[in-house]
Design a protein around this ligand. Structure first.
Ligand SMILES: Cc1ncc(COP(=O)(O)O)c(C=O)c1O
Length: 374
């Protein structure tokens, strides 16, 4: 038995919902798809939602609809690969902008870039760890520079900023979610795109299903492919799990908040510095801490290994995307992101999931403090 950094919470009700779909007529393209989409719209305040096979597919489809070849897109190095990969999928050009102290893209630096280069088309932000971007600033950038905005909310379902919900797209064109098991709510693999634009919504529906059109005015057997789409469908089995999980999402977030508060208190006046203080915005997908290893005898690798020996699996979010060999080969190796580089030296993520018991959390805190203080 080991304590991971994240894992799912599955109840008997979840299992019953999944089993009932297995006994029904539709395993896929059935009624659970729209039901999950409607529930997600209600939860996020967005007008439209398209559920898909994973968060990466959600980003890919959003990019297909919003971007054109060679478009310049500002984005963050502090994310999972999928965020900027989705820009490359459509032959557009990611431009990595440094992060600010809270781990999110620095919107002031984004503004400088937008000022200096009016040809920049879009801004892909990530609500890192569940901490939403400053919505006032996003609104200002969108209005002043007429820039397309995608919010990658893979970490952020359940988060708010000044009452604006993650995924509501109040100040963006699309938001995306991931329902991977380490996320707040899971469908095994799964994802969603939300938007308030009917036009974007209709394009997404077609691209999710091979670019195929079919309507009641056509012959009963006839379908027509007008563009190149994909099979990015999600199953009814998965959506039944998602609907059931969504009912418990607020409780999950509440429990994550308690865990975060306990970490905050335990690390006060220690060498472990929480990335940011909870201020009512975050949904705490991750609890990231910073440690200055230059002032310790132990290295980061040794810390990871020592905790692993004690059955605690911490994680690191993230290796700067621009430093990945693939991106270096594309010429991104020399880009200067000093805040990100320093963050990467110091950061790691502690166990954070609703089923983490008080005893387990005490054990994590004690082991970590002892190892760091040796
Ligand atoms: C910020 C971010 N964006 C996108 C994704 C991709 O989601 P998925 O794994 O569902 O494809 C992830 C998944 O880890 C993520 O953390």
């Amino acid at each position: 038995m080991f304590i991971p950094y994240g894992k799912q919470t599955i109840s008997e009700e979840d299992i019953e919902e999944v089993v009932s779909v297995l006994k029904s007529d539709y395993l896929t393209t059935g009624p659970k798809i729209e039901e999950f989409e409607n529930r997600l719209c209600e939860y996020t305040d967005a007008k439209y939602c398209v559920v898909v096979s994973n968060g990466t597919a959600a980003l890919h489809l959003a990019s297909m609809v919003l971007l054109e070849k060679n478009d310049k897109v500002l984005t963050t190095p502090n994310s999972f690969l999928a965020t900027s990969n989705s820009i490359l999928y459509v032959n557009a050009q990611p431009i990595f902008v440094d992060i600010s102290k809270d781990g999110n893209i620095d919107l002031d630096l984004c503004e400088e870039k937008l000022k200096n280069d009016p040809s920049i088309k879009a801004l892909y932000v990530v609500a890192f760890s569940g901490n939403m971007l400053n919505q006032k600033k996003l609104k200002y950038l969108k209005e002043k520079y007429n820039v397309i905005i995608v919010e990658d909310c893979a970490h952020a379902i359940g988060a708010t900023f000044d009452g604006i919900k993650a995924g509501s797209c109040k100040n963006s064109d699309c938001s995306i979610f991931s329902f991977h098991p380490v996320k707040h709510l899971t469908t095994g693999e799964g994802g969603a795109i939300t938007t308030n634009s009917k036009e974007i919504y209709e394009k997404l529906l077609v691209l999710r299903n091979h670019g195929m059109y079919k309507d009641s005015s056509m012959e009963p057997w006839y379908y027509e492919m007008r563009e190149l789409g994909f099979n990015y469908r999600i199953t009814d089995i998965q959506c039944a799990l998602g609907i059931s999980q969504l009912k418990k999402l607020d409780k999950f977030c509440e429990r994550r908040y308690q865990i975060a508060q306990k970490y905050d208190i335990s690390f006060k006046d220690t060498k472990i510095k929480p990335l940011y203080k909870y201020d009512g915005n975050s949904s705490y997908h991750l609890y990231v801490v910073l440690v200055d290893f230059n002032n310790l005898t132990i290295t980061k690798t040794e810390l990871f290994n020592r905790l692993k020996e004690n059955n605690i699996r911490i994680q690191l979010h993230y290796i700067p995307i621009n430093k990945q060999p693939y991106y270096k080969n594309l010429g991104y190796g020399d880009i200067k992101t000093p805040v990100m580089d320093k963050y990467y030296e110091q950061c790691f993520s502690l166990p954070m999931y609703p089923l983490l018991s008080n005893e387990e959390q005490d054990y994590v805190i004690k082991t970590l403090l002892e190892t760091i203080n040796e």
